[in-house]
Design a protein around this ligand. Structure first.
Ligand SMILES: CC(C)(COP(=O)(O)OP(=O)(O)OC[C@H]1O[C@@H](n2cnc3c(N)ncnc32)[C@H](O)[C@@H]1OP(=O)(O)O)[C@@H](O)C(=O)NCCC(=O)NCCSC(=O)C[C@H](O)C(=O)O
Ligand SMILES: [Mg+2]
Length: 284
């Protein structure tokens, strides 16, 4: 499947140390899983988590879900061993935390070979260097780390995420310029479905491909917010039909619901339909 069309609506973190969660994820309707060896795993469990995760991935059962392993930073005592272990795991990508430069991705690539790389974007320097990080040839995806970013920026929590906007925007621009996937940060209050929905809608409006999640209760909200709605699908179909009709008559502009439709709108309309088909293919 084309990387841009593949759904990343819901990307669930699972602590690599928790057998029950590793098992449960095989049944959850998520588009991707981040198997975490970093912040979700206590220091005393770091070594065991590596082995637990290796066994779980080898056992399989994760179906179409994209399997991403988040290792500890290469400047920590676990990072290098994590990277070497991840290189041998049955996973689709390796995710490096707190990426601030292409040189850090070089160091990771030297340990994991040609496995696709993903980058956590979660420090001010990372935001400022988002362009070179997104352009790294082996990089396939970026994940916003909004908890670490809030810590580094010393911001206060706001429902509108105003203090985050500069960083989110820089990473979005870089990801879109290079055609890599970019998913939004987590919503910590995992029992607050309404707040999650507001943040998912905001992220979707901004252009994120999906939302990282920390609990199964968040999955349905993200899947719905990041899927094309019935209204969007209907409009896309009508835009394509109207444009094809005027084009056949040698014209370049159609009007649908009182708004112009040009070639560029048709490109977006086709992307919406492709995303809807890709989601339908996953669920069938
Ligand atoms: C937040 C939690 C600690 C809550 O756990 P728990 O109290 O066990 O929740 P529940 O009892 O409600 O769980 C119900 C069932 O769901 C399973 N479960 C829970 N969480 C997950 C999960 N993430 N994936 C799969 N399955 C999960 C439980 O096992 C229960 O199953 P069952 O026995 O069948 O009923 C916990 O949810 C948790 O640890 N979440 C992950 C936290 C995490 O990953 N944190 C790190 C990522 S966030 C981050 O670091 C982002 C970034 O770096 C940044 O800076 O922002
Ligand atoms: Mg983080």
């Amino acid at each position: 499947m084309d990387q841009r069309a593949r759904p990343y609506r819901s990307v669930l973190y699972i602590p690599g140390s928790k057998d029950r969660a590793l098992e449960k994820a095989r049944t959850l309707p998520v588009d991707a899983i981040i198997f975490d060896l970093e912040d979700a795993v206590a220091v005393e469990e770091k070594e065991n988590a590596r082995d637990t995760l290796k066994v779980a991935l080898a056992a399989g059962g994760y179906g179409d879900r994209v399997r991403i392993v988040r290792i500890n930073g290469l400047d920590t005592q676990w990072g290098e061993a994590d990277a070497k272990a991840a290189a041998e795991m049955d996973c689709d990508a390796v995710l490096l935390p707190k990426v601030e430069s292409a040189a850090q991705l070089d160091a990771l690539a030297a340990l994991v070979g040609d496995k696709p790389l993903w980058a956590m974007m979660e420090t001010p320097r990372g935001m400022l260097n988002a362009t070179e990080i997104a352009a790294y040839p082996q990089l396939k995806g970026m994940v916003m780390g909004t908890n670490d970013l809030a810590k580094e920026l010393q911001t206060r929590f706001r429902a509108d995420r105003l203090p985050m906007m500069a960083g989110l925007g820089l990473c979005l621009l870089a990801a879109k310029a290079e055609g890599v996937i970019i998913v939004d940060g987590v919503y910590n209050a995992f029992k607050d479905a309404e707040g999650l929905k507001v943040e998912c809608d905001q992220g979707r409006d901004m252009g994120f491909d999906g939302k990282t999640l920390i609990h199964p209760a968040q999955v349905d909200v993200a899947n719905e917010a990041y899927a094309p709605s019935e209204a969007e699908i209907d409009l896309a179909e009508r835009q394509i039909a109207a444009f094809e009709e005027v084009e056949a008559n040698g014209q370049g502009v159609a009007v649908v619901d009182g708004k112009i439709v040009e070639n560029l709108h048709v490109v977006t309309a086709r992307e919406i339909l492709a995303k809807a088909s890709a989601i339908a293919a996953l669920s069938s």
